[in-house]
Design a protein around this ligand. Structure first.
Ligand SMILES: [Zn+2]
Length: 346
């Protein structure tokens, strides 16, 4: 059976001539490969397939004078290499800007079927909760909305501070407003397709696909107990003196939780519980611009990896971002034997 009419070159894949009958498909070392022993007609054909995406493989091969047997042979090699994908079908509604034109090609690279729009349609059906809407949390909300998340549920009843402005898009006129109201208005202006609700206390947490909590100094295990018990994935983002810790992203019952991290810390420092209690009474660190930008993008990336069905780097790890390096460093965190959130092998 000839499957070629149903296939197309994976969108975004560069087709590059290396000379001497060699063509390279892709430039990313994770999946690029070289075809050798091609005739000039076959090289022309592959170049045309890359440049004229509306022309079918068969039409282009016929025009370039590639024999049918060689065409089918090369097509089967390209299928095995994963560079030919099915012609896109219809997907559900997309809330990302420009109907996903900026994102679909890259997201398609991460899927066997190349259907980046399907990833965006799936994101459009997802709901993410956000608690803590200072400078960093507001920026996380912006990233998630821009990336096509369908619904955000916002919670932070404190007033907008002057230190919340700039990054994320809050303006001087927003100062003094309730943060979750100000961020909802901001999202309505900038990402009108994303639904933004304020959590007024009547929220059914099980409707959330994931909850992001931005908090100062140290993640407080008690804040996450309900989410853990209800099986709702969650991601703490902890702002410290000159660094931010993103993670662990908790898949309840399947990966180390916030209490696991806290227990490990108490193992290493017996005074930790007393110190943590004092930190909870200590003035919150402000969200420095570069740290907040890096941490919000990192957090949003972890959330989207989870929504998209990948394994986020922050599952079983804390991603520490400190200045001046600004590079996330992953520290593995394991389920703690005394926590009981994950059934450990005996
Ligand atoms: Zn645990």
């Amino acid at each position: 059976m000839n499957r070629a009419p149903l296939l197309r070159l994976r969108p975004g894949t560069p087709v590059l001539s290396r000379g001497g009958g060699q063509v390279q498909c892709g430039s990313d070392p994770r999946w690029s490969f070289v075809l050798s022993g091609l005739t000039p007609a076959e090289e022309t054909w592959l170049g045309e397939v890359a440049e004229r995406r509306h022309v079918t493989l068969e039409q282009a091969a016929a025009r370039c004078g590639v024999p049918v047997e060689r065409r089918d042979e090369i097509v089967s090699v390209l299928v095995r290499a994963g560079v030919l994908v099915p012609v896109a079908g219809t997907v559900g509604a997309v809330t990302a800007p420009a109907d996903g034109a900026a994102d679909a090609t890259v997201l398609g690279m991460l899927r066997p079927d190349g259907a980046g729009l399907a990833t965006l349609a799936d994101r459009a059906r997802r709901t993410v909760g956000l608690m803590g809407l200072g400078r960093l949390g507001t920026s996380v909300a912006q990233h998630l909305a821009t990336a096509g998340t369908g619904c955000l549920v916002l919670h932070d009843p404190l007033p907008v501070q002057v230190t919340d402005l700039g990054l994320g898009g809050l303006r001087p006129a927003d100062v003094g407003q309730v943060r979750h109201d100000a961020v909802r208005s901001l999202l309505a202006r900038r990402s009108p397709r994303t639904r933004a609700h304020v959590d007024d206390g009547g929220l059914d947490l099980t409707e959330l696909d994931l909850v992001v909590v931005v908090e100062p100094h140290a993640a407080h295990p008690a804040r996450y107990q309900r989410l853990l018990g209800l099986g709702v994935p969650h991601l703490p983002v902890v702002v410290r003196e000159a660094d931010v810790v993103v993670g662990p992203l908790v898949r309840p019952g399947r990966s180390a939780c916030v209490a696991c991290v806290d227990l490990a810390r108490a193992d290493a420092d017996r005074e930790w519980p007393a110190l943590a209690a004092q930190l909870r009474e200590t003035t919150e660190p402000t969200h420095e611009a570069t740290l907040a930008a890096l941490a919000s993008a990192t957090a949003a990336g972890q959330v989207l990896a989870q929504l998209d069905g990948h394994r986020p780097a922050a599952v079983g790890a804390c991603l520490e971002i400190s200045l001046p390096a600004g590079l996330p460093r992953a520290h593995q965190v394991d389920p703690h034997p005394r926590c009981g959130c994950v059934v450990l092998p005996s």
